[in-house]
Design a protein around this ligand. Structure first.
Ligand code: KIV
Length: 264
């Protein structure tokens, strides 16, 4: 696979070409995803749940993230590799720089942080210091205790307006990707249209530029429950490589997510 950079994603957005991405946590799966030309991999702090068996992402440490980023990079040197900054590792811009450096030195091409306008200074400081940023909006799992559960975000008009405003402010601050999780598809479409940078969705409908799934959900091996918006592609194909290829193909052709896997 040729090396994928943010420039490819920007071009694909301009061309209206959809792309898939998936979480990865180890070298073997990373290699398997790269063998299928998966352009973007995310070392998600979802590893707290799917690898460590925790109930949320809060216990995940920067050391955990650095270790798994290094593993994924070894298996997939050519995908655009995003790595999550874990809970409380970016509470201040300076702390964000120190911790982002660890992820970048472990092989990440971009870091992902969760939150809205309060992150503007952090995004500025990171990007000015050569750390590309993906801004995660909507259902930001590190805020589960503020939300009182894993709830759809942006249903109310004021919340929706705020999310659009945050997305524009974060783009202005230098964010190179926005990721939207669990938001109504109409709002996700509006934000995708308003932004020049690529928008990746999970539970955000079919109109975002890219899609991401947690690999354990995509392969139907999640220990816990399967989110409504996710799909078990292994059940459909019976083979891991074919499952990955089918997921990518369905995203690229606008077949996934369909209505059944969309939040109205
Ligand atoms: O941690 C993760 O896997 C994520 C995805 C749900 C987008 O942030």
């Amino acid at each position: 696979m040729k090396k994928i950079t943010i420039n490819h994603l920007m071009r694909w957005k301009q061309e209206g070409r959809k792309f898939a991405s998936v979480t990865a946590y180890d070298a073997s799966f990373a290699q398997l995803f790269e063998s299928q030309n998966m352009p973007v991999l995310l070392v998600g702090d979802s590893l707290g749940m799917v690898l460590q068996g925790r109930t949320d992402t809060l216990p995940v440490t920067i050391e955990d993230m650095t270790y798994h980023t290094r593993c994924v990079k070894a298996g997939s040197p050519n995908s655009l590799l995003m790595a999550d900054m874990p809970f409380m590792s970016y509470a201040t811009p300076v702390q964000a720089c120190e911790n982002a450096a660890k992820l970048m030195q472990a092989g990440a091409n971009m870091v992902k942080i969760e939150g809205g306008h309060w992150l503007v200074d952090t995004v500025k400081m990171l990007t000015e210091r050569a750390v590309p940023v993906c801004a995660h909006l909507g259902l930001t799992p590190q805020s589960v205790n503020i939300f009182g559960g894993y709830k759809i975000q942006g249903r109310e008009e004021q919340q929706a307006e705020q999310m659009l405003h945050d997305a524009l402010a974060l783009q202005e601050a230098g964010a190179q990707i926005v990721l939207l999780e669990c938001v109504p598809s109409k709002l996700a479409a509006q934000i995708t249209q308003a932004l020049e940078i690529p928008v990746i969705g999970i539970g955000a409908g079919a109109d975002t530029d890219g899609q991401v799934l947690v690999m354990h959900d995509m392969l139907g091996i999640s220990a816990n429950y399967m989110p409504k918006f996710s799909k078990n592609f292994l059940a459909e194909t019976g083979d891991i490589l074919q499952a990955v290829a089918k997921y990518m193909e369905d995203v690229e052709h606008g077949i996934f997510p369909d209505e059944e896997h969309t939040i109205a």
